[in-house]
Design a protein around this ligand. Sequence first.
Ligand SMILES: Nc1ncnc2c1ncn2[C@@H]1O[C@H](COP(=O)(O)OP(=O)(O)OP(=O)(O)O)[C@@H](O)[C@H]1O
Ligand SMILES: [Mg+2]
Length: 299
Amino acid sequence: MVFLEVRGLCKEFNGIQALDELDMSVRQGEIYGFLGPNGAGKTTTLRIIMGLVEVDRGKIRLEGEPITADRRRDIGYLPEDVSLYEKMTVQENLIFFSRLKGFDKDEGQRVMKALRIEGLGDRKVETLSKGYQQKVGLAQMLIGDPGLLILDEPTSGLDPSVRRWLKDMMKNLKRQGKTILFSSHVLGEVQEICDRVGIISKGSMLTEDVFEDLTNVLDLEDRITVLMKPLKSSFKYVSELEGVKRPRIEGEYIVFYCSGVHKIKALRNIFSRDYRVLDVKLHEPDLEEVFVKLTEDDR
Ligand SMILES: Nc1ncnc2c1ncn2[C@@H]1O[C@H](COP(=O)(O)OP(=O)(O)OP(=O)(O)O)[C@@H](O)[C@H]1O
Ligand SMILES: [Mg+2]
């Protein structure tokens, strides 16, 4: 079921068309990765959904109904720059935001517990590192237990361990039945945790799909690395196989690219010969490649 539907969103800022007929559908219970280069319109889209930027044209529906201020209370939002009161402690911040949203102070405790950051409760926000501030931002987003979570570049500027923590948290929240929409330009992490991705460029959606289908549609190639002996004659053999593209030798390895239909056939041939095959590695195409392929007309 489509949970959040965006249709024909248009927004102009002083002559710049930030959004140009943008469509997007986020399904119930999924993690949706919203991808695009700098200035593509990700933040503008998310801010419009949250009612923080006025839209010129277009429709947004939540569970089939036009979105209203009241319905937005069931959305948790983590902006690009988390805004917390620096001079207050983590606990005071969370209690303050709980009250603001009409909940009592227990809600502040609940979200800290849910994210296992009770230990930070008495720390002043200004003493926290960026990673910890982001954790508090996530706690703030969870106040009121919203069904839809929107995160704008949540992992930017974080070290690998906080990134890992955040990704695990998103997966946990999905398991609890939340729908999650988050923007990023870190392609690998989107691929890692998202059910579907939407790729935008210059304010329009280029494509929206599950990652595997995207790679099939675009007929992307896997990179295949083989260690086989003797190197010289086997390289000649591999280079001439059907569907093998861009073959080269890297150190002891033969490296080539091959797409879906030819891949299995090529590998079968490699194994069926009198060469000694010592190692084979397959590297699936990543979103970087998808992105390059989708936007290459624009360059
Ligand atoms: N308040 C504003 N006033 C004027 N122009 C704006 C404003 N907000 C956004 N823009 C412009 O709209 C376009 C889209 O910006 P937006 O911030 O939505 O992109 P983004 O995809 O979030 O980029 P990034 O990856 O850098 O965060 C850009 O050209 C930006 O300069
Ligand atoms: Mg942005």
